[in-house]
Design a binder for this molecule. Structure first.
Ligand SMILES: [Zn+2]
Length: 170
């Protein structure tokens, strides 16, 4: 079994299914294999919720599934196990998606001039749009002043750089 720490597992579980998923992931990490009924007994989470969360984790290959048949009832029994080696891949994909969004936003900030009325709750308006409003805020009607977005650009650049280096290390 690949070593992945509990915090990483909990983080991914939380993204996919909230606190109940964190609890289920914790139970899964303590055993080789477990059935959904056994998880219910250990966590007090309702069977429906347990199954819903397990299938969600399964969709992302974070848990594996083995099926057997109950000799008495003939029904299927599902045995679930954590697949920690898939977690790194999941996190990498997430980071890539965030990086793409940040890069798009950064490019937008770098290629536009912004104007702002300085009223909290109003938005910064790109130059082209501000000319249409004759430099009056469409929301509060105050005068639109040039807005220095260099702090935003600096912040976004830092984040992009950090994510790029994290991704290149993997
Ligand atoms: Zn305004």
């Amino acid at each position: 079994m690949t070593f992945v720490n509990h915090e990483t597992i909990a983080k991914v579980a939380r993204i996919l299914g909230g606190e109940e998923a964190v609890e289920i992931a914790k139970v899964l990490s303590q055993v080789e294999e477990i059935t959904d009924e056994e998880i219910v007994a250990k966590t007090d989470i309702k069977l429906n919720s347990v199954r819903k969360i397990l299938y969600k984790l399964y969709d992302h290959s974070l848990v594996g599934l083995r099926r057997t048949r109950d000799k008495n009832t003939g029904w299927f029994i599902f045995h679930w196990r954590l697949q920690p080696d898939q977690i790194d891949g999941f996190l990498t994909n997430q980071k890539r998606r965030i990086l793409e969004k940040l890069e798009t936003r950064l490019k937008y900030e770098q290629t536009h001039e912004f104007y702002f009325c300085n009223t909290p709750g109003c938005r910064q308006i790109p130059f082209e749009e501000a000319t249409e409003y004759v430099f009056r805020c469409p929301k509060c009607d105050k005068r639109l002043m040039h807005f220095d977005n260099s702090k935003i650009i600096e912040f976004l650049s830092k984040k992009v750089k950090q994510l790029r280096s994290e991704l290149s290390e993997q």
